[in-house]
Design a protein around this ligand. Structure first.
Ligand SMILES: Cc1cc2nc3c(=O)[nH]c(=O)nc-3n(C[C@H](O)[C@H](O)[C@H](O)COP(=O)(O)OP(=O)(O)OC[C@H]3O[C@@H](n4cnc5c(N)ncnc54)[C@H](O)[C@@H]3O)c2cc1C
Length: 304
């Protein structure tokens, strides 16, 4: 079975866009191919005439600090993210989520951009980017602009991007500062499926006493058709003293506001609902402790 006829490795964004234009919808962007090739083989996507590999484009593989911001190309692999000390220390949740994507072979080629462009509400890298309040730079219909990450997603597996025409270029987000920290945990079946039963990423800022939540961003997924922030849970935490009472308030708000669904391959809605408690009890104290101590060592990387 021929999956495609031509494979191109453009060296610049302009070249990639020109190639996409020349195939007029019959070519598709590929990064690591860990989602795309399965989708084509399993018949979820039609075989494209050509694949346009973006992993040799310098801009998409760039990773640098710009003041308090981290700028991360869409073609940066999970392995590279996990081995970047700056991200481990100041965007710890991203290392913790990229560090459990698949096994080493998948992480070595799979990219953060591919995770986001695949647009699933359970994507591990995506969950952390939402908690980090990241922005994504894209070229849509030939126009380059930054979007808040949440605005990219329009439905399960659907984003504003049309990968036969558009390009996801890079992400940017603020690195954690004093009294700020992040954490990510997930519940996963040991084998057989590529996405978690439930994942949870938290970003917290404590007040200067280190005793109260001043601001919180939480992404728990999948609980909706697109990746979402758990805004009612965030509101329940803000202004509360750090500790088990706050976590229990968060759990109560989560049960009132979040309604995970049963998925045939992963878990029932009831099980997922119970796992919300487990994840919040793990993630919130960990993020708060990191924010209090200013020390963050990623947990769980590469062990699932
Ligand atoms: C065995 C296995 C285990 C996995 N485990 C996990 C897991 O634990 N957690 C998890 O979240 N995911 C998991 N995945 C899914 C996958 O590995 C990740 O989503 C990965 O990040 C996808 O990146 P990629 O570079 O391989 O994307 P690709 O497969 O190359 O592309 C994915 C989609 O995005 C489009 N695309 C890619 N880059 C761009 C771009 N720059 N601009 C526009 N469109 C683009 C492609 O056209 C395609 O539609 C697993 C996959 C496998 C095979």
């Amino acid at each position: 079975m021929t999956l495609w006829n031509y494979y191109h490795t453009p060296a610049s964004v302009d070249e990639a866009l020109e190639l996409l234009r020349s195939y007029a919808g019959k070519a598709r962007v590929i990064a690591g191919g860990t989602d795309l090739l399965l989708d084509i083989r399993q018949g979820h996507l039609p075989p494209p005439e050509a694949l346009i590999d973006i992993t040799r484009i310098g801009e998409l593989c760039d990773l640098h600090q710009d003041g308090d911001w981290l700028v991360l190309g869409a073609g940066v692999t999970h392995t590279r993210i996990v081995s970047t000390d700056l991200i481990a220390a100041r965007a710890t949740c991203l290392v913790e989520s990229c560090g459990v994507v698949g096994g080493p072979q998948v992480r070595n080629v799979g990219t953060l951009g591919g995770n986001v462009a695949h647009a699933l509400p359970a994507g591990d890298g995506t969950t952390s980017l939402v908690a980090l309040d990241a922005e994504a730079e894209v070229i849509l219909d030939g126009e380059r602009r930054w979007y808040p990450i949440r605005e990219l997603f329009v439905g399960p597996g659907m984003s504003l991007l049309d990968p036969t025409r558009d390009l996801l270029i890079r992400f940017r987000f603020k690195l954690s500062g004093p009294y700020e920290a992040t954490a990510f945990k997930r519940i996963m079946r040991p084998q057989g499926v590529a996405l978690p039963i439930l994942g949870c990423a938290a970003w917290v800022r404590l007040d200067e006493s280190g005793e109260y939540y001043a601001d919180v961003r939480l992404c728990i997924g999948p609980v909706d058709r697109v990746p979402v922030r758990a805004e009612a849970v965030e509101a329940a935490l803000c202004g509360q003293p750090v500790g088990s009472d706050a976590v229990e308030r968060a759990i109560q708000a989560a049960h009132e506001g979040l309604h995970p669904r049963t998925s045939r391959y992963r878990a029932t809605a009831e099980y997922r609902d119970e796992m919300i408690d487990v994840l919040l009890r793990r993630v919130l104290p960990l993020a708060a402790e990191r924010a209090q101590t200013g020390q963050a060592v990623p947990e769980g990387v590469g062990i699932e």
